[in-house]
Every structure is written in structure tokens, then in C-alpha cells.
Write a protein that binds this ligand. Structure first.
Ligand code: FES
Length: 180
């Protein structure tokens, strides 16, 4: 073996000794409880248990839903019958044994017997059409032919699944009003 070669080997051995010393030192430090940062610094990847340093990942949810649905139910569909009652129309428009559909208010008023007025929602319980006619104490829906009793709103026939809901009405002077 040449001197040159021997010198190279000696140098390599020294280098190995230095590395071992560094590794040994790291092990000692690790036993002292500081190993986590050192291991993390080795770039060994993200293993479970590593504590997030929180610089890169903004994990806090900042876009939390803030709101409740803003579609507050309004009074659509219900006749406005505040304090004194909304005027539906002249009582003279409501014949005995017949009735009148007040389309704006969506109320049908009947007069099964003279002087006795009854009010119901005009919205058919089948599919929501407005009922149209009242004849012989029968309220009829034009859409699919449901028929209701003009005295109590009950279903006589047709696809309607439920009676017409009552709407309290009264006579105020010459008018029919929806009372509270
Ligand atoms: Fe009235 Fe169908 S909506 S019968």
C-alpha cells in the first residue's frame, strides 16, 4: 500500500470518527429531551405526532356560517285581518245558497242561509288553485273539479285531500269583512 493511499484511508477514518461523534452527540441531546426539534429538522417528513408549527396551514376556520336564512315568512297567503277586519267586498255580492270569491284576499264567502255568512280560504287544498264558483251551497275548484260544502268547507268530492280552512267573516254595514 502506498503512502498516498494510506493517507487517504487515514483521512477517511477521521471523517467517519467525526460523523460518529456528531451522531453520538445528537443521541445524547435526544435523551435530554430535545430530540423532537432535531428530528423534525432532519426533514424526515410529516409523521403523525409532529406538532404543527402553524405557519403554513391556516387551519382555523375563518369562514364560519354567519347567518340564518333570511327568508322570514311574511304574511303571504293569509288574509290581512287586523283589528277592525279587512273589507272583502259588498255583502250584496254574496247570494243566498251561493257565494263570492274575493280573489285578492283569497277568501270565498258563502251564504248558506239568508243572513248567515261563512268564509273560507279560496285556495284549494289539492294543488293550490283558487276555487271559482259557489252554486247550490257547493264550492267548486276549476282545476280538477274538487267540490266543497259551502257551509263548513268539507270535501264533497274530487281530489282535494282536506277541507277548506275557515276564515272568520262578519257583516260591517253593507260590507263583508274578514274578522280577527
Ligand atoms: Fe283544486 Fe286540483 S287544485 S281540484
Amino acid at each position: 500500500m502506498s503512502d498516498e493511499r494510506t493517507a487517504e484511508l487515514a483521512k477517511a477514518i477521521d471523517t467517519l470518527r467525526d460523523r460518529r461523534a456528531v451522531l453520538r452527540g445528537a443521541a445524547v441531546v435526544g435523551l435530554a429531551g430535545v430530540s423532537v426539534p432535531l428530528l423534525a429538522a432532519c426533514g424526515g417528513g410529516d409523521e403523525a405526532g409532529s406538532t404543527p408549527s402553524s405557519t403554513g396551514s391556516s387551519s382555523a376556520p375563518t369562514s364560519a356560517p354567519t347567518s340564518a336564512p333570511s327568508s322570514a315568512p311574511s304574511s303571504a297567503g293569509t288574509p290581512s285581518s287586523g283589528g277592525g277586519g279587512a273589507v272583502l267586498g259588498p255583502a250584496s255580492d254574496v247570494p243566498v245558497n251561493g257565494g263570492m270569491v274575493f280573489q285578492d284576499a283569497k277568501v270565498v264567502v258563502t251564504q248558506p242561509t239568508a243572513g248567515q255568512y261563512k268564509g273560507f280560504t279560496a285556495v284549494c287544498t289539492h294543488a293550490g288553485c283558487l276555487v271559482r264558483t259557489v252554486e247550490n251551497n257547493t264550492i267548486t275548484c276549476p282545476c280538477h273539479g274538487s267540490k266543497y260544502n259551502a257551509t263548513d268547507g268539507s270535501v264533497i268530492s274530487g281530489p282535494a285531500p282536506a277541507p277548506l280552512a275557515a276564515v272568520p267573516v262578519a257583516v260591517d254595514g253593507t260590507n263583508i269583512v274578514a274578522s280577527a
